[in-house]
Design a protein around this ligand. Structure first.
Ligand code: GSH
Length: 221
């Protein structure tokens, strides 16, 4: 049985869930209270982070490495181009979201507004929230600019780059922090990816203490 230790709003976990679902790999989701750092959890991943994926008799950590493992082990449908330039562009954009977008936006909005409360770390820091709200505008403009030239973020086909971006944006959308009116290209792209069967489990997530806003699971948002 494939099992994912995850936290529902974690963008890194969402990226892995999307990859598994797109490849129709059944997975049992186990919610991990990663901030409690249980000994069992640290035994599975000494880095103390989710996602952790049990698959093919192995325990895998680090979302980018996990997604590339899934891609190589379960090739169809493909989420990586075959040519080196295309693969480079996918990896660059996955890093853009998991590094730059994560530190400038996700950590400033989602972690301040949701994770702090869930993990008992007090109230959001309004300076961080303001900085995140400012930064997301620039990132949405950048996505819109890429989508002026491409059907999907890294080129003509949907790839792991789209899943990395959609993982972060969907988590922020759960707390209504994405202005879908800012860029028509971005809205159209998100609407396409949101309609995929692979997205269903993410749209069904419910976080205790944070009710799902009505537009979140609406395909016609
Ligand atoms: N580079 C890691 C980042 C994973 C990560 O930061 N996960 C967060 C949840 S969103 C976590 O487990 N944080 C716990 C901690 O840093 O102590 C990956 O891509 O898997």
């Amino acid at each position: 049985m494939t099992r994912l230790f995850h936290f529902p709003l974690s963008p890194f976990c969402r990226k892995v869930r999307l990859s598994l679902a797109e490849k129709k790999i059944d997975v049992e989701l186990v919610e991990e209270r990663y901030w409690e750092k249980s000994s069992e959890f640290l035994r599975r991943n000494p880095a103390g982070k989710v996602p952790i994926l049990k698959i093919d008799g192995k325990t895998l950590t680090e979302s980018a490495a996990i997604c590339e493992y899934i891609e190589e082990r379960y090739p169809g449908p493909s989420l990586m181009p075959v040519d080196p330039d295309g693969r480079y562009e996918v990896r660059r954009l996955v890093c853009w979201f998991d590094d730059k977008f994560h530190s400038e936006v996700t950590s400033k909005l989602l972690y301040e507004r949701v994770n702090k409360k869930i993990t008992g770390q007090g109230y959001p820091d309004s300076n961080n929230v303001k900085a995140g709200a400012r930064a997301i505008k620039y990132h949405l403009d950048y996505l819109g600019w890429l989508l002026d030239m491409r059907r999907w973020l890294a080129g003509d086909a949907m790839t792991l780059a789209d899943f990395a971006a959609a993982a972060h944006l969907s988590s922020l959308d759960y707390i209504s922090d994405v202005d879908w009116d800012r860029n028509a290209n971005v809205r159209e792209w998100y609407s396409k990816i949101k309609s995929r069967p692979a997205f269903r489990s993410i749209l069904a997530d419910q976080i205790s203490g944070f009710p799902q806003p009505p537009h979140y699971a609406d395909l016609d948002f």
